[in-house]
Design a protein around this ligand. Structure first.
Ligand SMILES: [Zn+2]
Ligand SMILES: [Zn+2]
Length: 240
């Protein structure tokens, strides 16, 4: 089989960013510099690809880029309107075929070859080793003195001030200071289960028990736990 996409041509520089050259595709941010790729058929129109990106982000609620070609790159933030950008984000860890695409994609010969090329890239990166972590700061930030005064300390039931129990799911939500020694004093956003909106683009079910790249409060241990984006890969669509 002729190798249309030799490995040396797997990348192209787009405005200073080394990007995978097998367009068109979607890139979804799993955690910082770790992206999931969905290759789209070359014969799909720009509108079809845009619609696919829109559907994907609406369900996954993870920042997604449509890299249609080297001139047309659209960022679809998890929330908010899409915008044209000059380059896709810099990526160091590549993965494919784990998040289900919103629409079924028929694999033709061209797509097969780009997939093989992407798999080679994934293989090379995996061989280089290393490991992925979620956001070690759990998305926390330094609070202002005013914020500290307002939410420092615990409520009578030992739950950090700033958190409220959700009447629907029974989990806590809000913003509070973290007591964990590693993150002590950082202001953390905490989500209850009802605020989990990361859905599988195909079956529409939740990708994980709690919101991705976000925190939840575990009352049993009194800790704020972080759910890194890559927890979504545990999801399997139920057999149809
Ligand atoms: Zn809730
Ligand atoms: Zn699914």
């Amino acid at each position: 089989m002729p190798q249309l996409y030799a490995q040396k041509n797997a990348f192209i520089l787009l405005n200073g960013v080394r990007a995978f050259s097998g367009f068109p595709y979607l890139m979804t941010c799993i955690v910082r510099s770790f992206y999931h790729f969905i290759l789209l058929p070359k014969h799909w129109s720009r509108e079809t690809c845009l619609e696919m990106a829109r559907l994907q982000v609406l369900r996954n609620r993870l920042d997604t880029w449509l890299v249609f070609n080297k001139e047309y790159i659209i960022k679809h933030p998890a929330y908010g309107p899409p915008e044209k950008v000059a380059a896709p984000p810099a990526c160091t860890i590549f993965l494919a075929d784990r998040l289900m695409p919103a629409r079924e994609i028929t694999v033709d010969e061209d797509l097969k070859q780009r997939k093989a090329q992407l798999n080679k890239v994934i293989e090379n990166v995996t061989e280089q080793g290393g490991y992925v972590t979620g956001d070690l700061n759990k998305g926390g930030r330094r609070p202002s003195p005013k914020e500290v005064r307002k939410i420092k300390g615990l409520q009578p039931d030992r739950v950090p001030k700033g958190l409220k129990r959700c009447p629907e799911c029974g989990y806590y939500r809000g913003e509070c200071l973290d007591n964990n020694p590693v993150h002590k004093g950082l202001l953390m956003k905490v989500y209850c289960r009802c605020q989990n909106d990361n859905l599988c683009a195909r079956c529409g079910r939740l990708l994980a028990e709690f919101k991705l790249n976000a925190n939840f409060y575990e009352a049993k241990t009194g800790s704020i736990l972080h759910v890194p984006g890559f927890c979504c890969f545990r999801h399997k669509c139920p057999p149809s």
